[in-house]
Design a protein around this ligand. Structure first.
Ligand code: CU
Length: 392
């Protein structure tokens, strides 16, 4: 520890030493372009006009406050020292001095006006989300972000953005050794937007209050369940910009980063097309007629993901959870009864409703249970049958 004080850069060394003591090991971290920097103190200058104005305001206010602070305390300490009792000073008496009272009212008033004028201008501009080129709804979830492209190019696109699972695992393992430069900022699906376009961001949340914040873009807006708030940005530079949820929202609060990818207009159009194709590929056609082997393969996955927790992989159930192996309703050649159980649930929700699953998924899992274990019916339930039962 002693050598730290001999080092010229001792405040930094001290910080590092403290960090090492807390963290258990020195972490190899580096600046993330578009995100935070190592030992960053100030706000970033940012890539939007608003962010730059915020930075400027912050600097001006800081200087103004520092000058006032130094001037006031200099006068105060000088006066105390100069007029101390031990050198025989007698207290002056200037009760009800009109001049002094006018000065100390007018001067602070002028200072406040001087601060409020530019600050109000930026604040009003910051709130003016009208005439946006693209509107995206961001929904905070514990602990991820959902992005819905509501209006503008890319309208209809919707996806969830989650922290990269390998980085999450790294954190669990104690984050030792060489760290990726975007540690805890890498997501599977970044929010992609075009450069030089006004992007309106509508924020809301699904569970608790979150906050959508990206310092480089000069935006920070609470995302509140049941409420809709908005903010906007117009990025002037192509690049990757990072932020985080900035409202303490539970135990994984630190693991819901925001990655905004700003691309050229042409790249944006390409991305929208690709994303559209990807979404279309995922959509199942409910009129498709399936063959037994392919629908069973699909059904096995649906069963493992949704049903096995209760009914067991072997279909035997347990206690009040009825077995599906050998169940009359499963073996029945009338498919409607089983489909109704899946859509509506049974016994007051002891068997939950699965209506949120797609027609294809429900048809697949029904077919799977009809042809697994000792159930060898050879029957196929088609998605169209599920679709027909939904309205019954
Ligand atoms: Cu959050």
């Amino acid at each position: 520890m002693k050598s730290i004080w001999r080092n010229k850069n001792w405040p930094a060394s001290l910080l590092l030493a403290a960090g090492a003591m807390i963290g258990g090991a020195a972490h190899a971290v580096s600046d993330l372009p578009g995100g935070p920097s190592v030992r960053q103190l100030n706000m970033p200058i940012g890539v939007t006009k608003i962010a730059q104005e915020q930075h400027f305001l912050h600097t001006v206010m800081m200087i103004l406050c520092t000058v006032i602070f130094v001037a006031v305390f200099a006068v105060m300490f000088y006066s105390i020292w100069k007029h101390r009792k031990s050198v025989g000073h007698k207290a002056a008496n200037f009760h009800e001095s009109v001049v002094v009272e006018v000065i100390w009212t007018i001067v602070p008033f002028l200072i406040v006006i001087l601060m409020a004028l530019p600050a109000t201008k930026v604040l009003v501009a910051q709130k003016d989300s009208t005439n946006a080129d693209l509107t995206v709804k961001t929904t905070g979830y514990q602990w991820k972000w959902g992005y819905d492209y509501i209006k503008g190019e890319g309208e209809g696109l919707a996806f969830i953005s989650t922290l990269d699972s390998s980085q999450r695992a790294m954190s669990d393992a104690g984050a030792k050794g060489e760290m990726p430069v975007d540690y805890l900022f890498k997501v599977d699906n970044p929010l992609v937007v075009p450069v030089d376009k006004k992007i309106r961001v509508i924020t809301t949340a699904n569970d608790v209050i979150h906050a959508f914040a990206v310092p480089q873009l000069g935006v920070k807006q609470d995302a509140i369940p049941g409420f809709v708030r908005d903010t906007w940005f117009r990025a002037e530079k192509v690049g990757d910009y990072y932020g985080q949820c900035q409202e303490l929202c539970g135990k994984e609060h630190a693991y819901m980063p925001i990655h905004v990818k700003v691309v050229s207009a042409a790249d944006y159009t390409t991305w929208v097309d690709a994303k559209r194709k990807e979404a279309a590929a995922k959509l199942d056609d409910p009129t498709k007629v399936w063959a037994l082997p392919e629908i069973l393969a699909r059904g096995e996955k649906v069963y493992a993901a949704n049903c096995a927790a209760c009914h067991q992989a072997n279909g035997k159930g347990a206690g009040p959870i009825k077995p599906l192996d050998g169940a009359a309703v499963v073996l029945d050649t009338d498919h409607a009864k089983q489909i109704q159980v899946l859509l509506k649930g049974q016994n007051n929700g002891a068997m939950p409703s699965w209506k949120q699953l797609s027609d294809t998924d429900l048809a697949a899992v029904a077919s799977y249970t009809k042809n697994s274990w000792s159930n060898k019916t050879g029957q196929i339930v088609q998605p169209a049958e599920v679709l027909a039962q939904r309205s019954k």
